[in-house]
Design a protein around this ligand. Sequence first.
Ligand code: MG
Length: 363
Amino acid sequence: MKIKDIKIGVIKVPLTTPFKTAIRTVDSVEDLVIIIETDTGHLGYGEAPPTSVITGDTLASMQDAINNHIKPKILGVDIENLNFLCETIQSSMVNNLSAKASVEIAIYDLWAQMLNLPLYKALGGGESKLTTDLTISVDYIDKMVSDAVIAIEQGYETLKIKVGKDIGLDIERVKAIHAAIDGKALIRLDANQGWTAKQSVHAIHTLENAGIHLELVEQPVKGRDIQGLKYVYDRVNTPIMADESSFDPRQVIELIQNQAADIINIKLMKTGGISRAIHIADIAANFGVECMMGCMLESSISVSAAAHVASAKSTSIQKIDLDGPMLCQYPSIEGGVIFDRSDITLNNSPGLGIKSVKDLILI
Ligand code: MG
């Protein structure tokens, strides 16, 4: 099964409601999709969002990285050389992690198809069902409260509340949501780097003292501010999760050795795909550190891959934040993983099980 060609396209899927964090507002998923064609006729699918504010990747930069830096190095290579392919992709250029991720996802899809196994079984196996949380965008308090209440009515048992816009308002936001949902769901906070270290300690202490149990607080301070993250970690009881501070395995080792985070958020778009995500999950497992599998604003292709990895690496990946497809108005694919509100059901067909991509425009 040799790589014959790589086709690149884009999909645009409107969101059910605008996605708002401390650093951006987005109305639709507009992602790059790649299809790897092989000499056996098998197709491998990959996807990556242009999350320029977090990874630096844009649609144009990903297209250039794939066409001019990755594709020439892997054309003609047999899929059975999985490790060689991943190392070639990772060393093709620095950064450009989402572009690399899209290609790795398609290659793992093909590798599992070659083995005639769903990806999670090819990776060692795991549960075929996962449960995700739902993100509540940062907004006016009334809107966040009603979004949270609707989510609970829809069966979500964990809510990820976006904060980080205004420290005083953030505390009020969380108090109002906590009161409205009345213990019916677990609350995670994601400040998306929006607080200083001192503000973080103040906010978390205020909420702890108000008797509000937070499952975790994600990335309260700037991604590069590891000292700040440790400052918060050392002063609060609530578990602290690194997201924008943890892209690659080395950073994760540093976070763990410096005792700066309790939990690591793994995203395929930060790690450059599946191979490094597995490295991080294995490192964390060896240190007894828990991970979350998360996603950017992605549709079903790349989130399916993340779900398969999370299932196979459940020793460390015990939390799931894979709500991207549920934020979309409709699924971007036929076949594959089924996303039904909080329930994720992995495909039993080979690879990612994707039959086709809807409304794909080749570029
Ligand atoms: Mg985050």
